[in-house]
Design a protein around this ligand. Structure first.
Ligand code: NAP
Ligand code: ZN
Ligand code: ZN
Length: 357
């Protein structure tokens, strides 16, 4: 199947138009006309090969995909042509290991989940690269396709597929609810979803942002307090305060400073993945029996649960919609924290003349 997309041909290069083939749909596959795709900071890390040299090129990024079912394979039971659907960071997993059996496909130990792009998939014995949603069509097994609830528009739904689930999962796992004091570090794509979801779960929410520039927006999203982390006296006055801190920042911070803000038995969860490792002082964990944890996206069932939660609570992403030819400029702006609060590419209209059927 001939596909039109945008790819980086080599590390740290600009994205440019790229045509490629996707595998022919199998019995359990769904062909999706991509309408929208969010720009996640992970796209930028991987294009720049910042995660230990594991990037594969040419790379078509994009794992916040929404669109409409164009056709279904002969054994597909869960979807039909025209349905509003989404695809997140995974397109398959081993389906046999303990993690997969528990619905935690993102922690698959049978070779790891197959990522939507920058990975390989075996179709009828042939290994092929996976390519993401900066492209007009994608072919995905029905078990890794999500249903987008009817009250969430496809553009504002796209960022839920990565940013939304990446914050929902740890907020649920560490019980962010009434009476809990939650801090979100970084009000970007992930962070703004975290504020909205934590607020809807009933937690008291504080944003720790590097300036006060986003304060009004953060309060409108449901934050109870907004702190500029550059003001160390205010930050230090919150020592021992929080039950849960989620760090969404894409670059290195002095985590020790933030660990000290945790109360007894408090937990800091890392979801941001900076290029370099951090240094942790043991005393900051030992005092107040604090924990440091990490969390990756969420399983498929949990992602559907998150979409249904967002539908019920009328939560969507705050987006700036762009055409694909603006993507390189958009990347520069993400790196400057200059986006409110997720760029979403209007894929359908960017490749309109190339749509078929
Ligand atoms: P983003 O939209 O760029 O947001 C990151 C935020 O971090 C910025 O808005 C900014 O917030 C803050 N920030 C950036 N640079 C900073 C600096 N030098 N010092 C202090 N604060 C800074 O990125 P995103 O798409 O939300 O992704 C965030 C990170 O999560 C990335 O590393 C990404 O790869 C990772 N990620 C992980 C998972 C997972 O499963 N664990 C899933 C998706 C993404 P303020 O302006 O408010 O300070
Ligand atoms: Zn992502
Ligand atoms: Zn598995």
């Amino acid at each position: 199947m001939k596909i039109s997309g945008y790819a980086a041909i080599a590390p740290k290069t600009l994205l440019s138009p790229y045509s490629f083939e996707r595998h022919e749909p199998q019995d359990h596959d769904i062909v999706i006309d991509v309408h929208y795709c969010g720009i996640c900071h992970s796209d930028i890390h991987q294009i720049n090969d910042e995660w230990g040299g594991n990037s594969k090129f040419p790379m078509v990024p994009g794992h916040e995909i929404t669109g409409k079912v164009a056709s279904v394979g002969s054994k597909v039971t869960r979807f039909k042509k025209g349905d509003n659907v989404g695809v997140g960071c995974m397109v398959d997993s081993c389906r046999k290991c303990d993690s997969c059996n528990k619905g935690l496909e993102q922690y698959c130990t049978g070779g790891g989940p197959i990522l939507t792009y920058n990975d390989e998939q075996t179709i009828q014995g042939v290994k092929i690269p996976t390519q993401g949603g900066y492209s007009n069509r994608i072919v995905v097994n029905q078990d890794f396709v999500l249903r987008i609830p009817s009250n969430i528009p496809l553009d504002k739904a796209a960022p839920l597929l990565c940013a939304g689930i990446t914050l929902y999962s740890p907020l649920i796992r560490w019980n962010a609810t009434h009476g809990k004091r939650v801090a979100i570090i970084g009000l970007g794509g992930l962070g703004h979803m975290g504020v909205k979801i934590a607020h809807a779960l009933g937690a008291e929410v504080t944003v720790l942002s590097h300036t006060l520039k986003k304060q009004n927006d953060g309060m409108k999203m449901g934050a109870d307090r907004f702190i500029a982390t550059s003001d160390l006296s205010v930050l230090n006055s919150l020592e021992g305060y929080f039950d849960l801190i989620i760090n969404t920042v894409s670059s290195n911070l002095d985590l020790n400073r933030y660990l000290r803000l945790l109360a007894l038995d408090g937990v800091m969860v890392l979801v941001g993945i900076p290029e370099n490792d951090d240094r942790i002082g043991a005393a900051n964990l030992i005092n107040s029996r604090r924990s440091l944890a990490g969390s990756a996206i969420g399983g498929i069932a949990e992602t559907q649960e998150m979409l249904n939660f967002c539908s019920k609570n009328e939560i969507t992403s705050d987006i700036e919609t762009i055409k694909i030819d603006y993507v390189n400029e958009a990347y520069k702006r993400v790196l400057k924290s200059d986006v409110k609060y997720r760029f979403v590419i209007d894929i359908f209209n960017s490749f309109k003349h190339k749509q078929v059927g």
